[in-house]
Ligand binder design. Structure first.
Ligand SMILES: Nc1ncnc2c1ncn2[C@@H]1O[C@H](COP(=O)(O)OP(=O)(O)O)[C@@H](O)[C@H]1O
Ligand SMILES: [Mg+2]
Length: 260
């Protein structure tokens, strides 16, 4: 049985003239796979994610989960965006708890316990009572991840989640994502335009063309680097070659922009 599947998904916005954003798009994602979408800005990556999240309609085709068509948003799919719009008047802990507001299956005590567990998972236990404006951007992104995980999402849709962070914080969170994925595997679709981030995190990278989005290449990173990634991975020749391969692909999609 296929887990998450796109079947000839297309999307156009507007009429007369309609803007074609996604050409018939087919992709099968296994349960627990870490997929990275890499491609020029404006090609349609966010649109595809929003479709998986149930936030955007499809013009044609369908998306299925366990062979069942996906519909309106539900807690199986959680989104993490570039900057987390937390509620400034709620503490870190309350922001995480907010993700469970529809979990009628959990008692108040179970929710509190789950909240604590997920704060510990992302290393924020000490900041449970802090307000979002008192913590760093990287920590706010961890709050967003904890909130989505606590909600019970089995699919994480991460749209340039570390895009607003500096290189050092970004690397810390990348390492953290890999650890989370080892401890409690999810199916992840992660958008980035950073080729190193793509190569470091992905099991498989899907490289997109310019709009309308089609798949330019699919790179099986796991087959090259293996499942385990450490900081040493980044210094290896294999990693360097992979990064260059991705960079060449990305450059070929765009003549106007210089991506480095
Ligand atoms: N609601 C919308 N109405 C009209 N055009 C849209 C809408 N959302 C996205 N687009 C267009 O679709 C294209 C793809 O957008 P997007 O999926 O955000 O790209 P990416 O995330 O790859 O940068 C862009 O040209 C964008 O302007
Ligand atoms: Mg986008």
């Amino acid at each position: 049985m296929s887990y998450l599947q796109f079947h000839a998904v297309t999307k156009s916005f507007g009429v007369n003239p309609a803007i074609e954003v996604i050409r018939p798009f087919d992709l099968t994602i296994d349960r627990g796979e870490f997929i990275v979408f890499l491609g020029p800005s404006g090609c349609g990556k966010t649109t595809l994610m929003r479709m998986v999240g149930g936030l955007e309609t499809l013009s044609s085709g369908k998306i299925t989960l366990n062979d069942q068509p996906l519909g309106a948003p539900d807690r199986r799919r959680g989104m993490v965006f570039q900057s987390y719009s937390s509620y400034p008047w709620q503490t870190v802990q309350q922001n995480v708890a907010y993700g469970m507001r529809y979990r009628d299956d959990l008692t108040r005590d179970q929710k509190a316990k789950r909240c604590q567990e997920h704060l510990a998972l992302v290393g924020l236990s000490e900041f449970a009572d802090a307000y979002p404006n008192r913590i760093s951007g990287g920590m706010r992104q961890r709050v967003a991840i904890a909130r989505t995980l606590a909600a019970g999402s089995e699919i994480l849709l991460m749209d340039e989640p570390f895009g607003a962070l500096d290189a050092q914080r970004r690397e810390v969170l990348q390492i953290e994502m890999l650890r989370l994925q080892r401890e409690d595997p999810k199916t992840i679709i992660f958008v980035t335009h950073d080729v190193e981030e793509a190569a470091f995190l992905a099991d498989r990278v899907i490289v997109f063309t310019k709009r309308p989005a089609t798949i330019l290449a699919e790179v099986n990173v796991r087959a090259v680097l293996g499942a385990e990634r450490t900081l040493e991975t980044r210094d290896s020749q294999t990693f360097f070659a992979l990064r260059n391969q991705l960079l060449t692909l990305v450059r070929s999609t765009s003549v106007e922009e210089v991506i480095e």
